[in-house]
Design a protein around this ligand. Sequence first.
Ligand SMILES: NC(=O)c1ccc[n+]([C@@H]2O[C@H](COP(=O)([O-])OP(=O)(O)OC[C@H]3O[C@@H](n4cnc5c(N)ncnc54)[C@H](OP(=O)(O)O)[C@@H]3O)[C@@H](O)[C@H]2O)c1
Length: 281
Amino acid sequence: MKSITFNHQNTSAIGIGTWHIGEGNSDKTEAEMAAIKYGLDHGINVIDTAEMYGEGLSEKLVGNVIKDYHRDDLQLISKFYPYHATPKLIEESLKASLKRLQTDYLDLYLLHWRGDIPLEETVLGLEKMVQAGLIKNWGVSNFDLNDLQELTSIPDGKNCRINEDLYNIGSRGIEYSILPWQKKNHMSFIGYSPFGSDGSEYLKIEPILTAMANQKHVSVHQLLLAWVLRNHDLLSIPKTGSVEHMQSNLAAIDIKFTADELELLDLSYPEPKHNGDLDTI
Ligand SMILES: NC(=O)c1ccc[n+]([C@@H]2O[C@H](COP(=O)([O-])OP(=O)(O)OC[C@H]3O[C@@H](n4cnc5c(N)ncnc54)[C@H](OP(=O)(O)O)[C@@H]3O)[C@@H](O)[C@H]2O)c1
């Protein structure tokens, strides 16, 4: 498995997204567990979840899978709600997540999106959890450049290890300033929803994608994931509840583009030329 440097460590080229996982009947749950196991058995070593996903159901399913793996081989990421972002509530949320995940630490704990609680309070709470050994590092999600700049200007704010934002071929805004800024500041980037989540609402499939996928004998989903992975400076975390799709996503890691192909895609999905509003899901 190709690896990238993420969170200052050698990490698989893709991680495992888990939104909406664990919410279905027993057949669906079994298929989702099999898909995650397949990914882990074939070299993926990062899982992204959140207390929000199924109000804990995703974390529970992940916990049931990872109990059979060496914990230290995995990077486990979870997130807390913005309204849990005080020191007291962070500790409570984290302990509940750890219980559902059947583990005693997280590799990364993220503020899911920015809310009304002052960042100073949140950072204080997160730093306490690092000192207590319950998390190795912490980060944020859905932060725009101005949020990141504000965060890193407060005490201990520079300890933020990662920011996780929407990134796919239809939402390229982060390429303009967030990604270069994070690189310069040694903060890892996770791009979520490489397929635009589970509907076309967030990503319009233009005819060029289908044509190019046919030409390269791959699926449109594989092309979309490979496009995100053309950039080696970030981690993408596709979600799938199917072994077949997990296989297809793993195979997408090896798909390459020529410069001409990338230029052709840019015509339908242009590079950002200025700072726009951050796209979120
Ligand atoms: N931080 C945040 O605010 C935030 C927001 C959104 C998402 N996320 C994270 O990012 C992860 C990924 O984003 P996402 O779940 O929104 O969407 P996504 O990964 O862009 O797309 C998931 C959809 O694609 C389908 N799919 C996956 N692989 C496929 C394949 N090879 N062929 C055909 N269909 C395929 C899945 O269906 P099947 O299950 O049937 O394969 C599912 O419907 C989430 O699960 C979550 O961990 C974070």
